[in-house]
Design a protein around this ligand. Structure first.
Ligand code: C5P
Length: 201
């Protein structure tokens, strides 16, 4: 039977880690929907029109190597304000959500727009400083040379663009369980998420 878990929240709040762990725990498939916007954003950096890129997107584009860079993240949040881009990506996400065997989708608008009837909804958040610190360490670990201030400014800029846009702004669904991971370790955050979903099952 299809069972959809929607996990939304801002960048580097722990959504990705929690989503993977939750999917593993329940044996569900996982879709990181940020990758769709990143793949479209990456194409615009090559000069392709955003709407055309979204309409022509294939699953293979999600495997491109460069999708995790800060430049692509910014490009993703710029294309994500365009209604036609979002519209072109809806069917793929909804089909994934209703697959037999269960699905976890993480993003910004899963519980509000893509899957308003999801069986379980979480909104995972943390302070901008904590999120920037995590992202900074991750980038430095990958050998990227940057500063904490740059990463913090980047996180805040993307938050504001995602929160203030007219189309599908980032907001917790009314029926989402909010988990603030600022003071939680990974294991605690994951077990809090699993416990919240168990009560919805
Ligand atoms: O989650 P991630 O940081 O990979 O997302 C990159 C960008 O894609 C976000 O900043 C946001 O602008 C956009 N996005 C979105 N809706 C989603 C997922 C991502 O608008 N469901």
């Amino acid at each position: 039977m299809a069972f959809t878990i929607a996990i939304d929240g801002p960048a580097a709040a722990g959504k990705g880690t929690i989503s993977k762990a939750v999917a593993g725990h329940f044996g569900f498939a996982h879709l990181d929907t940020g990758l769709l916007y990143r793949a479209v954003g990456a194409k615009t950096l090559d000069g392709t029109d955003a709407i055309a890129a979204a309409q022509a997107l294939t699953a293979r584009d999600l495997e491109a190597e460069n999708l995790r860079t800060p430049e692509v993240a910014q490009a993703a949040s710029r294309v994500a304000v365009i209604g036609e881009v979002r519209a072109a990506l809806v069917d793929f996400q909804r089909a994934f959500a209703r697959r037999a065997g269960g699905a976890v989708l993480d993003g910004r608008d899963i519980g509000t727009v893509i899957c308003p009837n999801a069986e379980a909804k979480l909104f995972v958040t943390a302070s901008a400083e904590v999120r920037a610190e995590r992202r900074y360490r991750e980038l430095v670990g990958k050998g990227v040379s940057t500063s904490f201030e740059t990463v913090l400014a980047d996180v805040k800029e993307r938050d504001a663009r995602d929160r203030d846009r007219a189309e599908a702004p980032m907001v917790a669904a009314k029926d989402a369980v909010v988990i603030d991971t600022s003071a939680l370790g990974i294991e605690e955050a994951v077990s809090t998420a699993i416990a919240a979903i168990e009560t919805a099952r």
